[in-house]
Design a binder for this molecule. Structure first.
Ligand SMILES: *Cc1c(COP(=O)(O)O)cnc(C)c1O
Length: 431
């Protein structure tokens, strides 16, 4: 099995966190997101422990809540004593309502509105990651109005190609995110922030991309960022206290994806950082990281009920399910690959190569192509693995499909964390 929390029981059914997925589908209906809460906790702890061990006690992972955000997920992050990244007022409001400590929240985004910034300041958000000159002006103005000193990090584009999908590479000079070092923009914005009396400038942020399996892009980021920090020190006298290395740690969607060792990876980056820091004669930095996918992806699966099985001789076989791009747009967006199983006969030989299709009125509404399955029949349950990140959070209401429920599995029990959307929910906002 792709992950240790997955297994097969005596009936041949796929289990997650010890619970029979076919039974879960029967109890809660499909499509259904099922999340192993214990696994999410383990992932949070793995980051927190390794970061504090190798980077230092004040170092913290900030969970990138865009990967999966709902009230109880924010509560879990609070209980695990990690930080939280938000990219919108909606995510921030969810965190606030969950009772998440605002001082451990970082507010991100490449285009925060004036209202976002004012809302963040009114809720007492820990820090903003400023992305552009206009944002810095608004943060300074709103902080002055509130009579506070607002903590800020500056997002810098280090100019690194992380060898990942173009749509998830974010650290290159031509990125829409942050200020590039190469063009001088990063230095210019640094000076702008230093001139703001109501901003407490804490340091710098960079995020190279997503689904990265090698340490090398992070090592390069450390080199470039430390070089920049020392340049800033020489030119302005300012010494950064915090360096945020972003997120992007890869997860396994299929057996072809490599296995990663988080602790080893953090140890490597920490060693490199320390060597470089000494070379540049810089004081110790507080390190933040922002894992999203690697906190939640492997904890989640999606269960679907099979509908039509259509064979087009000489062409393709289609297995259609009762969900698709509305609950998981990642194939449509990035041709993302997934592992799909017949959850009812998880041990059986795969005797059908097929395209797993969704039910939306789009030819591109697919879950995957060239998928080997134990040939399913109408009414059987399919499981798509590794859907904990960027599925629920990217879901849409296309075709007026009701968004699926999300069920937590914890300690051998299950419960609904987010209920299924109803037809009345769909109409509620229509006046
Ligand atoms: C998306 C994003 C993350 C999280 O990335 P993952 O690949 O989910 O770990 C972290 N930081 C920033 C700025 C991001 O945009």
């Amino acid at each position: 099995m792709l992950y240790t929390n997955l297994n097969i029981n005596e009936k041949g059914h796929l289990t997650l966190g010890g619970l029979d997925t076919v039974e879960l589908a029967k109890e809660y209906g499909t499509p259904l997101y099922v999340m192993d809460k214990d696994r999410v906790r383990e992932n949070c702890r793995a980051y927190r422990t390794a970061m504090q061990k190798y980077f230092g006690k004040d170092c913290l992972p900030f969970y990138a809540s865009k990967a999966l955000c709902f009230t109880d997920m924010c509560r879990l992050a609070a209980e695990e004593e990690i930080g939280l990244d938000v990219v919108s007022s909606g995510e921030l409001y969810t965190a606030k309502r969950a009772g998440f400590p605002m001082e451990r929240v970082g507010f991100h985004g490449n285009n925060k509105t004036d209202a976002d910034i004012a809302f963040g300041i009114s809720l007492g958000v820990g820090h903003f990651v400023a992305d552009a000159a206009e944002e810095i002006e608004v943060i300074e103005r709103e902080a002055a109005k509130a009579g506070i000193q607002q903590k800020v990090l500056l997002r810098v584009t280090p100019g690194i190609d992380p060898h990942t999908h173009a749509k998830i590479a974010t650290g290159m000079v031509d990125s829409k995110f942050g200020a590039a070092i190469e063009t001088g923009a990063a230095m210019e914005l640094t000076k702008q922030i230093l001139g703001c009396p109501h901003i407490d400038f804490e340091g710098f942020h960079c995020h190279v991309g997503s689904q990265i399996f090698e340490a090398s892009p992070f090592i390069s980021a450390v080199d470039i960022m430390l070089d920049f920090i020392s340049q800033v020190m020489a030119e302005t006298g300012y010494i950064a206290k915090i360096l945020n290395l972003g997120g992007g740690f890869g997860v396994r969607y299929t057996e072809d994806d490599p296995k990663m060792n988080l602790e080893k990876f953090i140890h490597m980056v920490a060693d490199h950082l320390d060597t470089k820091r000494k070379e540049y004669c810089l004081p110790r930095l507080t390190i933040y990281m922002e894992p999203g996918r690697s906190i939640v992806a492997d904890a989640g699966i999606t269960l679907y009920t099979v509908g039509t099985v259509k064979k087009i001789p000489g062409y393709k076989n289609y297995v259609s399910v009762d969900g698709g791009m509305a609950d998981n747009p990642r194939f449509a967006l990035y041709e993302a690959k997934y592992t799909v199983l017949n959850a009812e006969r998880a041990n059986a030989d795969c005797d059908l190569i097929c395209t797993v299709a969704g039910r939306c009125c789009e030819s591109g509404d697919l879950i995957g192509e060239n998928i080997s399955l134990a040939e399913p029949k109408r009414g059987e349950i399919l499981a798509v693995l590794t859907t904990g990140a960027y599925n629920f959070s990217m879901a849409s209401g296309y075709n007026r499909l009701c968004r699926p429920a999300l069920v937590w599995v914890e300690g051998g029990k299950s419960r609904v964390a987010v209920r299924r959307e109803s037809f009345d929910d769909l109409l509620e906002k229509d006046l």
